[in-house]
Design a protein around this ligand. Structure first.
Ligand code: LMR
Length: 398
């Protein structure tokens, strides 16, 4: 018996729940678990710009060689402009090493392996709470993971002072994982003033920020959501950025993402890119050519780009409309309770404050699926299910 000693896998809190949802036979079930944008008809949209990019690729009928370890040059150049701005000084100076990765998860893992190898004394600090897989991924790479204060359960807002106090106490070269926008799971973001204060702490303490941006465009806008990235870059800071197109282009299964490292000089960026390539080779060798074709074309072709920006705006506005509807119905059903957090939290997620028992009741009695932490994917609401979801929430909260 070779494998009988294995521990059974408990399942992933997000992915396993999504599988349970798929298996639920109830026709009126509502999936607010996984971070996926569904349109008002409850479908994962195929954006016209993505379909047009794929049509161009079919017509070109080009061969499909292995991409280089660092991915497609065209896509990488577009990613850099998208994140840092076409007029970025760091970009102009050649100080940014960017790789196309297998989703932003691939980038996070490659970055974690790189840190373990080249900054072996550095631990990583993640927000309390954070995306569950952050901890698993860094621990899986052998990096020690610690929490910093973030979410304030009493207000549905941010414990910014406590967060800063912890960051001020960290040893130099500690890695601080930050959500550049649309914090997962809480929807609670830093204000611009808070980001500015954070940059000062990071510089003073010589910390290494690791920004994760998986929801660019779902907060305030594509450029607006890159604010923190551009602020760190303009401050001359060295830092990491893992970014994803899963949500913003609705291409989840294509695994389209990138990892960028902003360095002190072009020579340092060359060193980083070289070692990142070695890390990729040891992990998955090279990323996906189809993902590169989609992202490179959608970002690089002016007509497709314009269509994409309009699509992202429409997705963002639909989520906001659902937030407002939910807030209105809950306010009517449970007057005197404060549901303002649905309006202030940003992006796909809200932290509802529902207990695991209340979440279980929502699922069992009403077929409404949330992650047991109380995280709700607001992008799973639509005009056909928002009222009864709000009624179900009111029933378990009453
Ligand atoms: C989520 O947080 O639900 C998404 O990012 C999907 C995932 O892989 O967990």
């Amino acid at each position: 018996m070779m494998f009988s000693h294995l521990e059974p896998y408990a399942g992933d809190p997000i992915l396993s729940l999504n599988e349970a949802f798929q298996a639920d036979p109830r026709p009126d079930k509502v999936n607010l678990s996984i971070g996926i944008y569904f349109d008002d008809a409850g479908r994962i949209p195929v954006l016209d710009c993505v379909r047009d990019a794929e049509a161009q690729m079919l017509v070109a009928n080009a061969p499909k060689p292995y991409l280089p370890m660092e991915g497609s040059a065209a896509m990488r150049a577009e990613v850099q402009k998208l994140l840092f701005g076409a007029d970025s000084a760091a970009l102009r100076d050649g100080r940014i090493a960017t790789l196309q990765t297998v989703g932003s998860s691939g980038g996070l893992k490659v970055g974690a392996d790189f840190l373990k190898r080249w900054l072996p004394g550095s631990g990583v600090w993640v927000s309390d709470p954070s995306w569950d897989n952050h901890r698993a991924m860094f621990e899986g790479a052998g990096v020690a993971v610690h929490p910093y204060p973030y979410y304030d359960a009493a207000t549905g807002g941010l414990r910014f002072d406590a967060m800063c106090e912890t960051l001020r106490s960290l040893p130099p070269k500690s890695v601080v994982l930050l959500h550049a926008c649309c914090h997962n799971p809480t929807g609670v973001d830093l204000s611009r003033e808070q980001w500015q204060a954070l940059v000062a702490i990071v510089r003073e303490r010589e910390l290494l920020p690791y920004l994760d941006i998986a929801y660019q465009g779902y907060g305030d806008g594509i450029t607006e959501d890159a604010y923190a990235i551009r602020l760190f870059a303009d401050a001359g800071q060295s830092f990491f950025v893992a970014n994803s197109f899963s949500k913003s282009m609705s291409v989840y299964g294509e695994r389209a993402g990138a990892l960028s490292v902003v360095c002190a000089s072009a020579a340092e960026a060359d060193l980083v890119l070289g070692q990142m390539k070695a890390t990729v080779r040891r992990n998955y060798s090279s990323p996906a050519i189809h993902a590169a074709g989609i992202v490179g074309r959608v970002l690089g072709d002016p007509a497709l780009r314009q269509a994409w920006e309009a699509d992202v705006a429409a997705m963002r506005e639909r989520i906001l409309a659902m937030r407002q509807r939910l807030h209105a119905v809950l306010g009517q059903r449970l007057p005197g309770r404060d549901f303002g957090y649905f309006l202030t939290q940003r992006g796909m997620f809200s932290y509802t404050g529902l207990s695991p028992a209340q979440v279980d009741r929502l699922r069992d009695e009403f077929g409404v699926y949330l992650v047991r932490s109380g995280r709700m994917c607001v992008a799973g609401l639509n005009s056909g299910n928002v009222e009864r979801t709000a009624e179900a929430m009111a029933a378990v909260l009453a």
